[in-house]
Ligand binder design. Structure first.
Ligand SMILES: [Zn+2]
Length: 350
C-alpha cells in the first residue's frame, strides 16, 4: 500500500467526526492527544471505553478489580461468552477487544482495586477521570482526588432503568459532595439486588462519553451543567441545577478542602482474619444499617438469608457473608481481599 493510500485511510477513520463542526480537525487532534483514566470497566465502563476508543481518544487507562461473569453479558458491551467461560479479568478482556476495534490508540489495563494508596498514581498523567464504578466509596475517593488535583471528572451511575450524571469541573462547578454533603448514602440498592437494564447503561455511557469528548476537545462551554437524571422506563429526563449547593452546604471537599477519602479517614478497611480464611470489611462511615431492609433486598436477589437483630447472613457459594448493624461484614471462605470487597459492594452497597 502506498503512503498516500495509508494517509487517506487514516483520515477516513475519523472523517465523520471531523466533519462535525464544533469538533473539526482541531478538536479531533485534541482527542488524539487526550488521556483518560476510566475506573471500573463493567457496564458503564465498557460502553464508554468503546465510544472513546472509536473516537480516537489517544490514551485510555482501564482499572477494574473484577472478572467477566455470564451475568455481565446482558449489558457489558466488550465481553463475550468466551471471556465469561474463562473468567478473564475485565480490564484485560476490555483491552483485548478495544485493540481489535482501534489499534492506533494506547490502552493500558490494570487489574486492581482502586484505593487511597494507588489512585494518585493511576491519575497522575491523565486529563480526565471517568466513573465506571457501581460504588459510592470509590466515587467519593475520585471526587476528593479530582478536586484536590483540579482535574475534571464525571460521576455517572445506573440502577434499574434510571441513571444520573454530574460533570465536575473543580473550582467552577459543584462536586459530588456538594450534592451529598454527608458522603455515601450507606447501604443502597445495587445492580445485584435491584437489577439493571441494558438501555440505561448505553444511555448514560453515551452521555458520559459525549461530555468527555467536549472536555478533551476544550469545548468546555458546551459541557452539561447540573445533575442529569434519566428514567428510561418512565421516559423522563430532568436536569437539577446545583449552582447554589456549593456555598449553601459549605462543601467540606471543594469549599473547605478536606479530602477524607483520599486521606483514608473515611475509606473502608479490609483485613484478613488470621487462620480463618475470612476477610473483615469495616466501612469508613459510622452509619447504622437498617438490617431489615438489607435482608429484604438480599432476599429479593434470590439468596437465602438468616436474619436476627444483630446481623444478616447469606451465602454466595462458596462464600458466606455476615453483615452487622454498623456495616461491618465478615466474608468467610476466601482470603482474597479484592473478591471480598467486590462482594460487599455488590450486595451491601457502600
Ligand atoms: Zn463540593
Amino acid at each position: 500500500m502506498s503512503n498516500s493510500q495509508e494517509t487517506y485511510l487514516h483520515h477516513d477513520r475519523y472523517s465523520r467526526q471531523i466533519r462535525f463542526q464544533p469538533l473539526g480537525r482541531e478538536g479531533h487532534e485534541c482527542l488524539a492527544a487526550g488521556k483518560v483514566l476510566l475506573v471500573g470497566v463493567g457496564a458503564l465502563g465498557t460502553v464508554t471505553a468503546e465510544i472513546l476508543a472509536r473516537a480516537g481518544v489517544g490514551f485510555l487507562r482501564l482499572v477494574d478489580r473484577d472478572f467477566v461473569d455470564l451475568s455481565n453479558l446482558q449489558r457489558q458491551s466488550l465481553f463475550d461468552e468466551r471471556d465469561a467461560r474463562e473468567g478473564t479479568p475485565k480490564a484485560i478482556a476490555a483491552r483485548n477487544r478495544l485493540r481489535q476495534i482501534n489499534s492506533e490508540i494506547s490502552i493500558e489495563s490494570i487489574v486492581a482495586d482502586v484505593t487511597p494508596r494507588n489512585v494518585v498514581e493511576f491519575s497522575r498523567d491523565v486529563d480526565l477521570i471517568l466513573d465506571g464504578t457501581d460504588n459510592f466509596e470509590i466515587r467519593f475517593l475520585l471526587n476528593d482526588l479530582a478536586v484536590r488535583e483540579g482535574k475534571p471528572w464525571i460521576y455517572t451511575g445506573c440502577l434499574g432503568s434510571d441513571g444520573q450524571m454530574l460533570v465536575v469541573h473543580p473550582g467552577s462547578t459543584p462536586c459530588l459532595r456538594c450534592l451529598m454533603p454527608l458522603g455515601p448514602p450507606g447501604t443502597i440498592d445495587t445492580c445485584d439486588t435491584a437489577g439493571v437494564l441494558g438501555p440505561i447503561v448505553y444511555t448514560m455511557a453515551a452521555w458520559q462519553a459525549m461530555e468527555a469528548i467536549k472536555i478533551l476537545s476544550h469545548n468546555d462551554h458546551a459541557v452539561a451543567a447540573g445533575l442529569h437524571v434519566v428514567s428510561l422506563w418512565n421516559h423522563r429526563t430532568r436536569v437539577l441545577p446545583l449552582d447554589r449547593l456549593r456555598d449553601e452546604n459549605k462543601c467540606p471537599t471543594c469549599f473547605a478542602r478536606r479530602f477524607e477519602w483520599l486521606e483514608g479517614n473515611r475509606f473502608s478497611e479490609t483485613i484478613r482474619l488470621c487462620g480463618r480464611k475470612s476477610i473483615q470489611i469495616n466501612p469508613g462511615d459510622s452509619q447504622q444499617r437498617d438490617l431489615a431492609k438489607l435482608a429484604e433486598r438480599i432476599a429479593a436477589a434470590g439468596l437465602s438469608i438468616q436474619c436476627n437483630p444483630y446481623y444478616v447472613r447469606f451465602v454466595i457459594d462458596p462464600q458466606r457473608i455476615t453483615v452487622f448493624a454498623d456495616g461491618r461484614a465478615i466474608i468467610e471462605g476466601t482470603d482474597d481481599t479484592t473478591l471480598a470487597r467486590a462482594l460487599y459492594t455488590r450486595f451491601v452497597g457502600t
